[in-house]
Design a protein around this ligand. Structure first.
Ligand SMILES: Cc1cc2nc3c(=O)[nH]c(=O)nc-3n(C[C@H](O)[C@H](O)[C@H](O)COP(=O)(O)O)c2cc1C
Length: 156
């Protein structure tokens, strides 16, 4: 199975998290590809892969600039995504943005679910105000998440 990590980022934190996962979780899945969301649209979900949306939050609860085209295409060019299994890593800062905390990832989750895609597990929320290392936290979460996702496939 291939894991495709789609990265929405402004200042690269989400990308570092994705790269850490790519290195640390290589033993758990056949292949891991990290792709920035720049220039993507809903067609990216045509690929036969397990998807991980890894995105930060900007503005007032918006997706980052490089994620906007993909996010908007989920609305502008909707299609049934029932074949898609995905997870979400949502980066944000609850200290400075309490009202819109981690909305970037939450918004992707809402839209993907609306199109019939199936989320595996719970969201991973990485909060910049906790002082933890996002790469370490994201990687630890992803190891458990991949165990769940691959068990799902084996059982049916
Ligand atoms: C201008 C600006 C706006 C932000 N807006 C939000 C927000 O609305 N909600 C939130 O949870 N975090 C917000 N954040 C925090 C970022 O999402 C957080 O720092 C994240 O780790 C950045 O990841 P990145 O480097 O991958 O872009 C904002 C940060 C900046 C600089």
């Amino acid at each position: 199975m291939k894991l495709k990590i789609l990265v929405g980022t402004m200042t690269n934190t989400a990308e570092y998290v994705a790269q850490a996962i790519q290195m640390d979780c290589a033993d758990l899945v056949g292949e891991i590809e990290v792709q920035l969301m720049d220039g993507l649209d809903i067609g990216v979900f045509d690929e036969d892969a397990l998807f991980l949306v890894c995105t930060s939050t900007y503005g007032a609860g918006d997706v980052p600039d490089n994620a906007r085209a993909l996010y908007e295409s989920l609305d502008a060019q909707p299609k049934f995504l029932g074949h898609v299994r995905y997870g979400v890593i949502a980066l944000g800062d609850s200290g400075s943005h309490q009202q819109t905390f981690a909305y970037g990832g939450r918004k992707f989750d809402e839209r993907l679910q609306g199109l019939g895609a199936v989320r595996v597990g719970e969201l991973c929320i990485l909060d910049a105000s906790t002082g933890t290392v996002p790469e370490a936290e994201g990687t630890a979460w992803c190891r458990e998440w991949l165990a769940l996702a691959t068990a799902d496939v084996r059982s049916g």
